[in-house]
Design a protein around this ligand. Structure first.
Ligand SMILES: [Zn+2]
Length: 91
């Protein structure tokens, strides 16, 4: 018989959706530390906005504008790629 394992972490479990939120103003993922939106968040956004890619594009563009304002040290073209280029043409 094994006891349930209890793990104390300062951040939410990276397997939960709420873990993969942007840590601002740095714009890295609070869950996995990668550039936000990370792969996990991209997958979740695509599932959440399935059939409504215009709304997703608008949402991501607004995040990109925030990131442009908060990270003037990052090139705008790179932020555009990071926030928008991974969107499929249709989904
Ligand atoms: Zn993440």
């Amino acid at each position: 018989m094994s006891r349930p394992r209890r793990v104390e972490t300062p951040y939410p479990d990276p397997g939960t959706p709420e873990a993969h939120v942007p840590r601002r103003p740095g714009w890295e993922c609070a869950g996995c530390g990668l550039d936000w939106p990370c792969l996990d968040r991209r997958r979740r956004l695509l599932a959440e906005y399935a059939g409504n890619r215009i709304a997703l594009a608008v949402l991501l563009a607004s995040y990109m504008m925030d990131a442009l304002a908060e990270r003037p040290d990052l090139p705008a073209a790179g932020l555009r790629t990071r926030f928008l280029s991974w969107l499929p043409r249709r989904f």
